[in-house]
Design a protein around this ligand. Structure first.
Ligand code: 5BU
Length: 479
């Protein structure tokens, strides 16, 4: 027992020495500042550590007695770990693709498997459990069962409980509190850092109460506001209307009715209308457009209480977009409550669209991130989009995004590329499930096109997506 303890002590110290575990002030993806950071990607540069990780994880797995036919690492950091475990123990492995290939089989899971096979998931660090869940979803889509997962380090922020709720038992080799106590005992960390980190973990549990609380280091953890609250408190009247509709109809679903015939568009909007908060159009797809169509669409919006979002993605100089927005054949500003714009031309695009839209009470979304493979809306570009939105809150009401870009409840995050059957299409579209979009990507509204319009029973599909999206939203409130 003592020698096992020593082994773990040495292992933890080694992780600290190679800076796989760091203490300081680190900004996390969520915007929260954390006093501790794990970067287990570095271990690939230390084969002795890789060996140790693999051995410790395998021993932990063996002790649990759980049964499985294959092992799958969560991409990317856990991929080499899973490879080591499988090679050293002569065990079959599966690989999960993060992106579907645009060619060939377009499988999301590589390797040999059969329906009903049980696969063990391997992960490096678990915080909320979302990455393990995403990998589990991919495997389950291929009819592979997932009952257990093993993680090298559990940050003890609620991931274990969240996964258990999904029927996945999580085993860990070490926990964050174990890391802290070991490093303190061995005089590698002072008690101030240990206390600060412990407080941070307690205050930032994903299964704890979500109401506004202070993080241990003084930063504010954003409160998750309900649709109802946002329907009252948000500053833009259009955003308040949207959230009021969402609260009243219990839906965060936007259906993208990408049709070329106006009759099809109107029939689809009428059918899904009772279940959506928004109907999204690409009006220039219609082959038989007349102004009567948008009049009829507005009547449907009144009948079913939804808003209309024309996905125009303006992207030109101010003068041009002004005319495109209010004039031409489509007169978008006269019927679409919401439209969107690319930030690429610079802030002039927002001021120009606002000149037209603001007096009409319209709102605009910045296309800050895209769902398609290889898109360029990343990094600094996305940050610039956020800045543009923040400087124009009286007209910009949020983002088209693939992640949570702002903690300001005034901004709506809408996520396209959502389909229950994940993967992608042959032209670069990439999908995540409604659950992933809401709970992991932070979507307020899920945008679903072919998942509903291409289904044999679009009404049934709309109900299914509504249910999936809304229960994921309720989960974010409860956990
Ligand atoms: P789909 O059938 O669910 O793939 O349709 C998605 C819709 O969302 C479609 O109208 C796209 O034009 C739109 N979309 C998108 O898919 N990805 C993006 O990043 C943006 C818009 Br921006």
């Amino acid at each position: 027992m003592a020698s096992q303890d020593n082994r773990l002590d040495n292992f933890i110290v080694k992780l600290f020495e190679i800076e796989a575990i760091k203490f300081g002030t680190f900004k996390l993806k969520s915007g929260i500042e954390s006093p501790v950071y794990f970067d287990l990607r570095v271990i690939v540069s230390f084969p002795d550590v890789m060996n140790q990780v693999s051995a410790l994880m395998w021993e932990t797995i063996e002790k649990t007695g759980c049964k499985f036919k294959s092992i799958c690492g969560v991409p990317y950091t856990a991929l080499p770990i899973a490879t080591c475990i499988c090679v050293q123990n002569n065990f079959p492995m599966l690989i999960r693709r993060k992106e579907a290939k645009d060619y060939g089989t377009r499988r999301m899971i590589e390797g040999r498997y059969e329906d009903g096979d049980v696969c063990l998931i391997v992960e490096d660090v678990v915080t909320s459990g979302s990455s393990v869940r995403e990998t589990a979803e991919s495997l389950q889509n291929e009819k592979i069962k997932v009952t257990d997962a093993i993680v090298l380090l559990d940050r003890e922020q609620g991931g274990k409980v969240a996964l258990e709720r999904k029927g996945i038992k999580l085993y860990s080799v070490i926990t964050l509190s174990q890391v802290l106590s070991t490093l303190e005992r061995l005089n590698r960390l002072d008690s101030d850092t240990v206390n600060r980190t412990n407080r941070f973990i307690q205050d930032n549990r994903f299964d704890g109460p979500v109401d506004a609380s202070k993080a241990g280091n003084g930063s504010t953890v954003p409160k998750v506001m309900s649709h109802k609250e946002r329907g009252v408190k948000c500053s833009h009247p259009l955003v308040r209307s949207l959230y009021s509709i969402m609260a009243q109809k219990e839906t965060n679903l936007c259906v993208s009715v990408d049709c070329s015939s106006s009759q099809e568009l109107l029939q689809m909007a009428d059918k899904v209308g009772p279940h959506v908060c928004l109907v999204k159009t690409h009006i220039d797809m219609l082959e038989d457009f007349t102004t009567d169509i948008t009049d009829q669409l507005q009547r449907l919006a009144d009948k079913h209480n939804f808003l209309i979002f024309e996905d125009r993605k303006f992207g030109d100089i101010g003068k041009t977009v002004c005319t495109q927005y209010q004039g031409g054949m489509y007169k978008i500003s006269s019927w679409a409550h919401i439209t969107n714009a690319h930030p690429v031309p610079g802030p002039g695009i927002v001021s120009a669209l606002a000149e037209v839209g603001k007096p009409l009470g319209r709102g605009c979304l910045m296309v800050a991130e895209m769902s398609s493979a290889g898109n360029l809306a990343t990094g600094e570009y996305t940050k610039a989009a956020v800045k543009m939105a923040e400087g124009n809150k009286d007209f910009v009401i949020g983002y088209i995004s693939q992640s949570r870009l702002s903690t300001d409840p005034d901004f709506v995050h809408m996520t396209p590329g959502v389909k229950i059957q994940m993967g992608g299409d042959s032209l670069g579209q990439r999908y995540v499930s409604p659950q992933t979009a809401v709970t992991e990507r932070g979507a307020d509204v899920i945008i679903v096109g072919r998942g509903i319009t291409g289904a044999s029973d679009p009404l049934g599909a709309a109900k299914e997506y509504k249910q999936a999206g809304y229960s994921a939203y309720l989960n974010t409130l409860n956990h």
